[in-house]
Ligand binder design. Structure first.
Ligand code: DX5
Ligand code: ZN
Length: 220
């Protein structure tokens, strides 16, 4: 597996969306955080902005839905052309049915886990997902510190995927930077969301490559 680098545009200069996307054009996908001010205490944007990012055509879009009632809303993001749609385990009423619906529409499907949510209840249905998102901060804001105690969950998820013979992607999101990406890769993550680490860097394009090299050197 090669590292997937997924810069989060949450704190980019939204007034120059295309310019900001072009800065990260060397990344694999653009991670777009949708927040509804109910599932998390913050409001970002919704479908029209995500559609604009898809239409820009700069990068495939990885939508991270931090919203209530994803059963109702997530399919619209798949229909809008997102390459992958991640909904949260804590919010979905019928995660399995929703995963199948998203696959039918044609997107990849991620299952998000807040820090206090374990992977154990989902181990038997891992094959229904393309990706597990292990949140390494409490979702809601960029710029928080990486929670080290999430690494055992990353490890257990990778072990469960291997035991089931699955090429599951494991994404880490929150506080991922030069200082933390190696340990996440070591623990079994292969998909790395980085918001402030990329957009606060002097050269966002180069930072993506630095993160990619660090991750690839520590994945196994
Ligand atoms: C937080 C979002 C993240 C956020 C990451 O709830 O899901 O994607 O943008 O930002 P950093 O990398 O700054 O922690
Ligand atoms: Zn995110």
């Amino acid at each position: 597996m090669n590292a997937t680098i997924s810069p989060s545009i949450l704190n980019c200069d939204i007034g120059d969306l295309r310019g900001e996307l072009e800065k990260i054009s060397g990344a694999d996908v653009a991670h777009v955080d949708v927040m509804d001010n109910h599932f998390v205490p913050n409001l970002s944007w919704g479908l029209p902005v995500v559609e604009a990012v898809v239409k820009s055509g700069v990068l495939p879009v990885d939508a991270h839905l931090m919203i209530e009632d994803p059963d109702r809303w997530a399919p619209l993001y798949a229909e809008a052309g997102c390459a992958s749609v991640t909904f949260h385990a804590e919010a979905a009423h019928a995660p399995l049915r929703l995963a199948r619906e998203l696959h039918r529409i044609g997107s990849k499907v991620g299952l998000g886990l807040k820090p206090a949510t374990d992977i154990a209840p989902f181990v038997d249905i891992l094959s229904e997902f393309d990706m597990i998102l292990v949140m390494t901060v409490e979702p809601g804001f960029g710029g928080q510190s990486f929670i080290e105690s999430m690494l055992p969950k990353v490890r257990r998820t990778r072990e469960a995927a291997r035991a089931a013979g699955l090429e599951l992607s494991i994404q880490v999101d929150g506080g991922v930077s030069r200082a933390t990406i190696e340990r996440a890769a070591e623990a079994g993550a292969d998909n790395f969301v980085a918001g402030s680490a990329v957009f606060k860097a002097e050269d966002a394009y180069a930072e993506v490559e630095v993160l990619r090299a660090l991750a690839n050197a520590h994945m196994h």
